[in-house]
Ligand binder design. Sequence first.
Ligand SMILES: [Zn+2]
Length: 784
Amino acid sequence: GASATLLLDSFVERGPEGRLTTWSADAVKTGGGWRFTALKQLSSIDGLYRLTLEPAQFDIRNLTLEGTDLVLHMRSGTAHVARAAGGTTALVLRGKGELIFTPADEAERAQLRIFSGEPVLRTGFTEAFVRLNPADLAARVSDGALVARDSGADAGAHRRALAYFDQVAGKTYSLDLQDLSRERWSLVPAQGDMVAEVRTGKYGDLTYARSAGESEDISLFHRASRRNISVYASPAHLERRGRFYSEDDGREYDILDHDIDARLTPAREWIEGTARVRARVTSLAMSTMRLRLAESLVVRSIVSKEHGRLMHVRVIGQNNVIVTLPRPAQKDDLIELEVRYGGRVPSQLPDREVAAVTAQDFEPITIPPEPRWIYSNRSYWYPQAMVTDYATARLRITVPEPLDVVATGVQSGVPIAAPVAPGSAPARTFTFESGTPSRYLSLVVSRFATISSKAIGGGAPATLTVVSTPRQAARARATGEQAEKIFTYYRSLLGTAPYPKLTVVVSESELPGGHSPAYFVIVNQTLPTANVTWRADPVSFDSYPSFFLAHEIAHQWWGQAVSWKNYHEQWISEGFAQYFAALYAGEMNGPAALSGVMRQMRRWALDETGAGPIYLGYRLGHLEGDSRVFRALVYNKAAIVLHMLRRMAGDERFFAGLRRFYEQSLFEKAGTDDFRRVMEAETGLNLERFFERWIYGFGVPTIRVSHTVERNPDGTSAVVVTAQHQGPVYDLPITVEIELASGAVRQAVLVLTAAAGELRVPVEGRVRRVSVDSDSAALARFLR
Ligand SMILES: [Zn+2]
């Protein structure tokens, strides 16, 4: 007779405990219907608890609760608990308490100072909710701090504790089990892990977390502003994993290819998609596969070729989907999933990777910009890996007429009419193939006119296409000419271009800025009527209007083809793009243009450097809500660091090093340590202290400089320049320009790598002028 194999999901509740299991059931058809012949358990998630705050009440006696760099102290008050197997996993503390948070790292202390005015945080609190592993309770909570109340619980105290518990308990370690259970189920923290929600009087709710699974296991989060105050690796964690890490270290699989069919209704910000993901397992065994997808998008089904329909769960408050595999996949197994999903996903706001300046004085404009929707790296508009992951892709994007699409990849063929429901507006499907790996997939939807499209000779085959919103067509032609010069110049510096196609999308917006995913760049043209003052920004160069374009195009090489290992290393993208844009200024308008740009960058870098090291990445300026700090340091200071390295190493070795770094890191994520190793190998210099000071440190040297002219008996002269550090020693180049009476000008570089240095430049004839740091290349304060 007929037989079938069914996949069954079960959720079993026993008291407060829950267990989620996937079964495989074999059935055969008999005369009286179907009969099960075998039932096999495939996988399960154990240890789920429906947390309940117990009515029993404890009196607090001089309680100290400790986590790494955290102490919660409460002299007296009341406590209630919730239990899992093994004991207490949750505590509600109410009373007059004090939170003390003391990170040791200088950069973290600087962040705390920005947040609170002090390098350590010490603040009062009235309520706290702590989650921990029951086995850790004795070690974390001081002896005798919780005294069971004999005289019976106070109903009012329990009611107040419960009200707080209900507010905060769902915020951590909670699962959404979809159709299986409507209740809130919670996981027990792993041993050593802990979360403390603390209601302070001064800062509102603060969340402290220690999670061993994270590369940076300690964090302190400010709920009201939704910002991390601190994120760092504990000393124990650093010892285990070393100083450098990649966000890829913990990943369990590598996505090889995406194949996406998506229908967009931009006016409603609505997407319906079917995405096929092909991945190779990189961990030894993988029983669940975590994908990233915007929380607002509903997963309709997940099907694998091999196992049929798969179960999934979503974590509340996160853009995650956890897919349960019927049996653990082994290393190097290939997995193919088809995910059907849909829902509302808002167009991306400018974020980390977007060079958009801050408007100081924003007034409404009279002409609205052409509507435009961007779905990119911050949208999670398609199922993707938990961190960016180089993969090839095929996109079929359907939008209503008359909208157009530019997306990652090379457009294949012309858009074709798509089937639509009766009565709906006509729609077209655009297809894009990307055979060259990209980190993420992006698209922009608007009305576009094609301005030009041409092959760019003189290197690997590449096509440059320029499209623009209708109103910007006239300006877009000039933009296209600039783009070609920029593209050709960068390709000559690095010998190659990563992607066979570059589309420049000239769009309009209230603010200048841009975005540069693989295969295309979006540049915003400000509308003539936009009444916005944005010039007081680190990336606004008045005398250099093509700066944004040059910066965005550079991202095809730096940021896309070569990416960064984790957020600390974002300067590998932004600093390099910024320096390439500066180099292009010099290429087009001569050395004075480069010096002018460097001088402006230096002013910003000197002003903002106290906020922290380049290595803090996006967190610079984050707490203050001032992204100019981030741009002043991760863009500008990092560009100066590259320029200093070039002056120290000499042009030939510097650019050879850049090419080597580019080739070695192509379609990979690189870090400061990788860059240092390549530059050391190429230049023979020891650059340990150079990067230590400039990338991980945030001081600026003060240097006393002087010069004399020595006259020799034979009629020749020598210019002698001395430089002396007034504090810690930095490695840096000081450019000296000497003008002779004859009008001849020559340059020499004093490379300072010790407390003091001297440069002797023999010259013929009389010296008219000596200028120290003439090109503004050294990031230092000079005493003369
Ligand atoms: Zn950028």
